[in-house]
Design a protein around this ligand. Structure first.
Ligand code: ADP
Length: 259
């Protein structure tokens, strides 16, 4: 009967990692990876030892964001050595794929690849591992929450209704598996035209803050839509590295301070 069915295996610590924080979103394209990288770099700028894992196996974007091109080195015992970029230890499946090769795995394969990237990487004693999740609430998210004890999750959303509806679903998923949601970030929150100084709320404004209030979770901050954020991301120079004293870096650091 159902009572005899074995439960999922117990969550076990990841070797060399103290705390794990996941960064998720309901939809793709809302800037989840951009925020994950800049939050990780902000945490590292406070002196913490920080790693970042690209769990978006179907659309890895960490290599581009961090300017990683080579395949990871592998120790004699088969353990990956993480990339060391801008003071972060980083791991992604991206550089192991050829050219435009797509990952065409069913859930169980993705789950085992995630386990390998997570547990067979020499994280070497980091305080925080930031995990950049795929968008939505699929197999990879579920497998991560079953495998490891997460300290919490951060949800990235644009102010737009459609993105927020999906963000609420992601929040619900973490609540169901009893993972604390550390808060919501509103990305692409507004745009200030550099030539005129006029402000435009391209995707609306304030939706994520309102959703946080509705759901009783923290609102961590707003990141504006800024050309330099996109340019830096494309060039492997995230905002926090490209201009550490700039307003964008300060906004990311203010978010990281609350984690
Ligand atoms: P996701 O991980 O949610 O799919 P990405 O982080 O890959 O989203 O971001 C999608 C695109 O939007 C990228 O080109 C990125 O550089 C850009 N982007 C993200 N956040 C901002 C921002 N605040 N201002 C300008 N461009 C941004």
């Amino acid at each position: 009967g159902a009572s005899n069915r074995p439960g999922p295996p117990p969550r076990t610590p990841v070797p060399g990692v103290k705390h794990i924080v996941a960064v998720g979103s309901g939809k793709g394209g809302v800037g989840k990876s951009t925020c994950a990288v800049n939050i990780a770099l902000s945490l590292a700028s406070t002196g913490l030892k920080v790693g970042i894992l690209d769990a978006d196996l179907y659309g890895p974007s960490l290599p581009k964001l961090l300017g990683i091109e080579d395949k990871p080195a592998i120790r004699d015992d088969g353990i990956f050595r993480p990339f060391e970029v801008h003071g972060l230890k980083a791991m992604s499946i991206g550089p192991m794929l050829e050219g435009n090769q797509a990952v065409v795995w069913r859930g169980p394969m993705a789950t085992s690849a995630l386990r390998q990237l997570l547990r067979e990487t020499d994280w070497g004693g980091i305080d925080i591992l930031v995990v950049d999740l795929p968008p939505g609430t699929g197999d990879i998210q579920i497998s991560l929450v079953q495998q490891v004890e997460l300290a919490g999750a951060i949800i990235i959303s644009t102010p737009q209704d459609l993105a927020l509806i999906d963000a609420k679903k992601a929040i619900d998923m973490f609540a169901r598996v009893k993972i604390p949601v550390l808060g919501i970030v509103e990305n692409m929150s507004y745009f200030i035209a550099p030539d005129t100084g006029n402000r435009y709320d391209i995707f609306g404004h304030g939706g994520a803050r309102n959703a946080a209030v509705d759901l009783g979770i923290d609102f961590l901050g707003e990141i504006p839509l800024v050309m330099a954020i996109r340019e830096g991301s494309d060039a492997g120079q995230p905002a926090v590295i490209a201009s550490p004293e700039g307003p964008e870096a300060k906004a990311f650091k203010a978010i990281a301070d609350q984690i």
